[in-house]
Design a binder for this molecule. Structure first.
Ligand code: ATP
Ligand code: ZN
Ligand code: ZN
Length: 613
């Protein structure tokens, strides 16, 4: 979800007003659509962070494909919306019985389905699960009445007519389920005034340029191939360099922090995931099993059970704890096709995984040690905007989404809460978002273009150690069950690299840049010097190449700029005779007559310190 925080400075009242404007626009859009396309069926239309959307069903065409809206349709709808706004229609609230609601929406099958859920007390008017039986109510403006709890502006005239825009149409399954009909979702954006709208549109344009899916292709980092399949990236040589540098970083940091490295297979017998509880809790995110010699095997969606087995491979003493087992494990998850998104959400992923087994009294220090790792990485990458989120269970999900042990939920949640408070890390608490085996701290970050991700994760697990019969002998010579912490501060290579591409707009710091230096001869006569120089840099541990193609010098410079190579060395007669280089950095700054040795030392220093530029 795109989390543009352009309205982050608003007071709660201002935010409330903007929310009402966006929500009201969703209703007005639905009215306009029904007037222009009377056969349309309406589904749901909530306000969102940057505006609003509404889902419509336009039926299917002669070939059975869902009909959709064209850009011209959007213009017409927008124009009609402006008229409705100028007519200053009041928003009128009323409560109705389920029968009355069914009468009002008799031609709207999606609403009828929602009314059924509302009547049973299961869902709200957007189809979200609820705890209390909701009242059934509607809001009407002009000729349009919608199933809704509000709130809305008082009348349509309170909506600024020049601060919204219909942006796009996307397919969306009814209730997010691919077995349901595909609906047409119109997204609109809405702000308080024209300037805010324009700022947002400008930001979106910048976002388009930084989009990792676009840059990832241009910078030759990764591709998807139809025959390989959706969500299964192929890493090109430049991408493989990024992966290796990140892995090197993680391994250094983890070595220092006392982790040991292990390895585990990609495929395993069903029994292991039954024991771990992934089956059935996690089954829908797993690839279906394959059968070999009468036994069912799964590809792993997580590395945890293997590490548990390694822990259990021999008796453990308290002296070995905390035991920290790390692996850049490759996992496969059957993410729904509608949710796949570039590198951010893929189906094959390499996870910065580790499991820490510790005694209860070691928990706080270990947990906060992981938080310290986050900090270290965030500083390195210059990530200063993030929110830590404590995800807890919800009693409603016990035995379904969550392991059925309320006492241990409450206890571990309190352990995490108190560790976080002692560490002075600001965090927000969100119920009903925990892992199935325990509470977790997730870190939400925003890329430079406002895209929000869960990057790092730090999870407590009280459920799995007993399932795997994990034990250690404590100081008193008695058997005790350890706690397990699952953590992935650097997320997966896929999500992290997707993020970093946008964060740096492809201008990776030198240590990460796939190509660090390109040597550009002024004419063919300087080719030999250029090639030797590149070789010397290469031998000095620098990723350098000479561009000896037949292009003209300016074309070579342009090419290096497009590829965002940090350093360009232009060499001609002067450089050859003096054994120097003329340095051009990708930001356009230059330095002439730099001794070769000095340049090498400069680059080596940047790499060794993982400097930020
Ligand atoms: P999400 O809620 O995003 O699906 P999760 O809670 O299932 O993630 P974990 O099992 O905790 O994820 O995985 C560890 C980390 O791996 C996550 O914090 C996230 O950064 C990353 N990750 C999870 N799923 C994917 C995916 N499909 N593609 C890329 N990275 C992923
Ligand atoms: Zn509404
Ligand atoms: Zn794990």
């Amino acid at each position: 979800m795109n989390q543009y925080q352009g309205n982050g400075q608003l007071s709660p009242e201002e935010q409330e007003q903007l929310y009402k404007i966006r929500h009201s626009l969703a209703h007005i859009m639905a009215q306009a659509v029904l007037e222009l396309y009377p056969e349309a069926k309406i589904a749901i239309g909530p306000p969102i962070d940057t505006g609003f959307y509404y889902d419509f069903d336009l039926g299917v065409d002669e070939e059975g494909r869902p009909r959709t809206f064209s850009p011209e349709d959007l213009e017409k709808i927008e124009k009609r919306m402006r008229q409705i706004i100028s007519e200053r229609h009041p928003f009128i609230y009323r409560e109705v019985t389920a029968d009355e609601a069914r009468e009002i929406f008799k031609d709207q099958p999606y609403k009828l389905e929602l009314i059924e859920g509302l009547e049973k007390g299961e869902v709200d008017e957007y189809g979200n699960e609820v705890d209390e039986k909701p009242v059934i109510s509607t809001y009407r403006q002009d000729t349009f009445e919608d199933l809704c709890r509000g709130p809305h502006v008082e009348h349509t005239g309170q909506i600024p007519p020049d601060a919204f825009k219909l942006m796009s149409v996307a397919g969306a399954y009814w209730r997010g389920d691919e077995n349901n009909p595909m609906l047409q979702r119109i997204y609109g954006t809405a702000w308080r005034n024209k300037k805010e709208l324009n700022d947002y549109l400008k930001m979106m344009e910048e976002a388009r340029k930084r989009d990792h899916r676009k840059l990832g292709r241009e910078l030759e980092i990764y591709i998807f191939d139809e025959e390989v399949g959706p969500g299964l990236p192929l890493w090109l040589p430049n991408g493989a360099i990024l992966i290796e540098e990140l892995e090197k970083l993680a391994k250094e940091v983890e070595r220092e922090a006392g982790y040991q490295r292990v390895r585990s297979p990609h495929v395993t017998k069903e029994d292991l995931f039954l024991r771990s509880g992934h089956l059935p809790y996690y089954a829908e995110s797993m690839y279906p099993p394959m059968e070999l010699e009468g036994v069912r095997y799964y590809v792993k969606p997580m590395n945890c059970p293997f590490h548990h087995k390694i822990f259990a491979s021999r008796p453990r003493s308290y002296r070995e704890l905390p035991l920290r087992l790390a692996e850049y494990g490759t996992c496969y998850r059957y993410e729904k096709s509608g949710e796949l998104f570039g590198l951010m959400r893929v189906r094959s992923m390499q996870m910065n995984d580790a499991h820490i087994y510790c005694a209860e009294e070691q928990f706080e220090e270990e947990f906060m040690g992981v938080i310290a790792l986050y900090r270290r990485y965030f500083e390195l990458f210059g990530i200063d905007r993030y929110v830590m989120r404590l995800s807890t269970h919800h009693p409603r999900g016990l035995g379904k989404k969550y392991v059925d042990n309320e006492r241990l939920w409450l206890k571990t949640e309190e352990m995490v809460r108190s560790a976080m408070r002692n560490g002075n890390d600001p965090f927000v608490e969100v119920p009903d978002e925990a892992a199935f085996y325990g509470p977790k701290i997730d870190v939400q970050i925003w890329s430079a273009i406002g895209r929000e991700f869960t990057l790092a994760t730090n999870q407590v697990d009280f459920a799995v150690p007993p399932r795997f019969d994990l034990k250690f002998v404590n100081r008193e010579g008695q058997e005790e069950t350890p706690l397990c912490i699952h953590r992935a501060p650097l997320s997966t290579h896929e999500r992290l690299i997707g993020f970093l591409i946008e964060h740096y707009a492809g201008n990776f710091p030198v240590w990460l840049a796939p190509q660090q230096v390109v040597v550009i001869p002024i004419t063919d006569a300087h080719n030999e010097y250029a090639a030797n120089l590149a070789r010397r840099l290469f031998d000095g541990g620098i990723r350098a190449e000479a561009d000896l193609s037949s292009e003209r010098m300016n074309a070579k410079i342009r090419q290096a700029q497009l590829m965002k190579v940090p350093y360009m060395l232009v060499v001609g007669d002067r450089e050859v005779s003096q054994e120097t280089v003329s340095l051009r950095k990708r930001d356009g700054s230059r330095r002439n007559d730099m001794p070769v040795g000095e340049f090498i030392a400069l680059v080596q220093e940047k790499i060794a310190t993982r400097a930020g530029d």
